[in-house]
Structures are given as C-alpha cells and as structure tokens.
Design a protein around this ligand. Structure first.
Ligand code: KIV
Length: 278
C-alpha cells in the first residue's frame, strides 16, 4: 500500500474517521509506528527535547529536521510523513519559507511540511502551497513562541484570545493548508474550529472533538515517567521496562552470566591456532 496522501487524509474527515498521528524521529520507531497502522507521522521539532535534551524547540535547525526525516522516511511504508519547519526557517519571509520547505521535500521523503502560527504565517503557507508543497498548520499553543506566551500555556482561555485562535485557524485554512494541528486550546474552542473548517483538525491538548489526535511518541510510551502533562495518556511504562532490561544486562555481564556459550562463535575445526611469528 502506498503512503497516505493529503487526499486520503481529507477523505477521513469527510467519512467521519479519526486521524491518528504520532511523532517519530528514527528508523527503529518508524518501523513500529507503521506496523501499528498509524495514519500520519510527524518528525516534529520536539526532537530538540526528546532527542537532543534541549529545554525548548528554538535551537533546532533545518539540518536536524532533515537528518531525522531522512531516517524515518527510509522505512516508512504507509503513514503520511510530515516534517516540521524549525524556528526562524520560515518567519523571515514567504520566500524563506518556500526555500526551507523545498529543501525538506527535495532532501527527504516527506510529503508535507508543518509550520506554526495563524494570521502571521498565512502568507508563508500560501507561498509554499502555490509551489505544490502541502502544508499542515499549527495554531493555539505554538511552542516556538514560548517567550511571547510566557511559557507553554494553554491559549484561547478568555474571549479575546479564543477569538484570535479561531481567526488564526480560519486564516491558515484560507491560505491553503490541508490539515491543522490545534495545540493547547480549550475543548469548546477546538470544537468550534473543527466544525467551521473543512480541513481536518489534529488535536494535542485540544479536547475530544478534533478530527484526529497527535502525541509525542515517548510521552505515550511512558519513556519519561517524571513528565506527565494533563493532555498525555500513557499506553506503556517503557521507562521501567527499559531500565529493568539495562539493569538485568549489567548484572549478568558483571556476574559472568552473559555472554554464555550459546552467544559465542566457534571455529570450523577447533585446533591449536598456528603461530605465525615466533
Ligand atoms: O514538534 C512536535 O512534536 C509538534 C507536535 C507536538 C504537534 O509540533
């Protein structure tokens, strides 16, 4: 089966089928995501926190995203592949946005790009779409604006802010995006946007009424149990599973239990190894 196209994903909204999206940054995880039948994979700039150990996404570069998207794209068979545009790779001008998007599409296997911002990003979205590159928008809590928001804060809680988020969503649809991520917005704001837009909305911390859902893969897998935001549900506790496995391995190596004979290689005809020198 070929990878899901933008048309397949839009059809899901028309058919009232929820879209499942997950972030992914490497080939090992991409293989498993595909095996699970996930619809969309995002190589998000969250790789800054998940892979690079940063506090926010701001230092992530276009080369970082291209590197990880290539790794994911080499193995992904059926999920639609989206690559994030990092901070300051599209904000300067629509031309810069197009140049960055062009690099992503030419140098990776991604089928679309994602960028943050509503009305202020509409011209960039339009420019990219006109060049034939599909765009996923991202409004509400936009992590690249962490300093403007004063932290990773839910947006649209009061009337004025809710109106801004709705207008942002409408502007991004109008500019030609095929899909919209809604992050960190109250349930009724996300619900209103989902009803008013003809393109699918993908929520994260955006309540129960979006057309789809996205989570960061390591969050849903419980790979960092000290991080538990309200909008995350854990489907596994891999932090425990993995550290238990690492400890068991370390114990066995220290006790001389591993490697055992069955993990060792033998020669075809065991005999004394001929001495070449001396
Ligand atoms: O970078 C990312 O992982 C994202 C998702 C959380 C939507 O933008």
């Amino acid at each position: 089966m070929p990878r899901f196209s933008v048309l397949d994903l839009q059809q899901k909204k028309a058919d009232n089928q929820r879209i499942v999206m997950i972030t992914c940054y490497d080939a090992t995880m991409a293989r498993l995501v595909d095996k699970a039948g996930i619809d969309m994979v995002l190589v998000g700039d969250s790789l800054g926190m998940v892979v690079q150990g940063l506090h926010d996404t701001l230092p992530v570069t276009l080369d970082d995203v291209i590197y990880h998207t290539r790794a994911v794209g080499r193995v992904l068979q059926t999920a639609h592949l989206v690559a994030d545009l990092p901070f300051m790779t599209y904000q300067t001008s629509p031309e810069q946005a197009l140049t960055s998007s062009g690099r992503v599409i030419k140098e990776t296997n991604a089928q679309s790009v994602k960028l943050e911002g509503g009305e202020r990003s509409a011209a960039a979205v339009q420019k990219i779409v006109e060049a034939g590159i599909p765009v996923v928008g991202h409004v509400g809590l936009t992590p690249q604006s962490v300093h403007t928001m004063g932290g990773f804060k839910v947006q649209g809680r009061d009337d004025e802010s809710a109106r801004r988020v709705v207008n942002d969503a409408l502007a991004i649809e109008q500019a030609g995006a095929f899909c919209l991520v809604l992050e960190g917005v109250p349930v009724d704001v996300a619900s209103e946007i989902t009803t008013r837009l003809s393109i699918p909305t993908i929520g994260i911390g955006a309540g129960v009424d979006c057309d789809g859902q996205v989570l960061v893969c390591t969050d849903l897998l419980g790979m960092n149990l000290s991080f538990q935001p309200k909008f995350v549900k854990r489907y596994a506790r891999l932090e425990e599973t993995i550290t238990d496995a690492f400890k068991a391995y370390a114990d066995e190596v220290r006790q001389g239990v591993f490697p055992a004979v069955e993990h060792s290689f033998t020669r075809k005809t065991p005999r004394a190894i001929p001495k070449i020198y001396g």
